[in-house]
Design a protein around this ligand. Structure first.
Ligand SMILES: C[S@@+](CC[C@H](N)C(=O)[O-])C[C@H]1O[C@@H](n2cnc3c(N)ncnc32)[C@H](O)[C@@H]1O
Length: 222
């Protein structure tokens, strides 16, 4: 199935899921306000958010913009629990990511450098942290594993890679795949995001008037 909802009309993109289009209004606002050049995405799947980002960077930044995508292309626990159906999706997701991002890169007039890192996010982020000088991103988007321990690890490990003044976006702040009465708090991002926000509250500030499905923060101290 091919689905291009939310993207600039282009029948060549090949997506099977749309977990991103609902965020475009807020992201457009962030892009026009913050003008990020170097972006890190944790969790890329078929590249829908990555293609939006490439198109946006290509339109708004003169040559020199970059997008770094980290994904293990195995899927999170919520994908593995669904069994064969999602395993089939995940086995195709990386191929679609390659296809879709190739199209996005070809569409943009300004040069955007795409760096694809196929690795568990914790390992990839640890490698970034071990590299001197420390790489600094203008915007970091956390949308990988949705299990609370992983989200907390991604947050804490990614934070030093965000420049002061940069933007941190958590996806699926209020997501759960379980009924309210049956929720396992360790299988949701929210407890981890809340813990991170509480503990880092002197180093971040909230963007106001943006929807709560994602959480938008600015780093204000290191
Ligand atoms: C919700 S999808 C990302 C969707 C994408 N940002 C978009 O908007 O189209 C989550 C992705 O995170 C990846 N993922 C899950 N756990 C991960 C981990 N521990 N390390 C790296 N990637 C992971 C999965 O393989 C999956 O592709």
């Amino acid at each position: 199935m091919s689905d291009t909802r939310g993207m600039a009309a282009d029948v060549s993109y090949a997506f099977t899921r749309d977990w991103f289009s609902q965020n475009i209004t807020a992201w457009d606002q962030i892009f026009s306000q913050e003008k990020p050049r170097h972006i890190l995405e944790i969790g890329s799947f078929e590249g829908r958010s990555a293609c939006y980002t490439i198109e946006k960077l290509g339109a708004s930044v003169a040559d020199g913009a970059s997008l770094t995508c980290i994904d293990n292309w195995i899927g999170g626990q919520e994908h593995r629990d669904v069994g064969g159906f999602y395993q089939a999706v995940m086995s195709d997701a990386e191929r679609r990511f390659n296809h879709n991002t190739r199209i996005a890169l070809a569409k943009v007039s300004n040069k955007v450098t795409l760096r694809k890192i196929k690795q568990n996010s914790r390992d990839a982020l640890a490698q970034f942290l071990a590299t001197a000088p420390l790489v600094q991103f203008d915007l970091i988007f956390i949308d990988g594993s949705h299990e609370a321990p992983d989200v907390l690890a991604d947050s804490v490990l990614a934070f030093p890679l965000l420049r002061v003044g940069g933007t941190l976006i958590f996806d699926d702040y209020i997501w759960s795949d379980q009924k309210p009465q049956q929720r396992d708090p360790l299988r949701m991002p929210k407890p981890a995001i809340d813990a991170f926000v509480n503990i880092y509250q002197r180093k971040i500030e909230f963007y106001h008037r943006l929807p709560l499905w994602q959480l938008y923060l600015r780093k204000v101290a290191s």
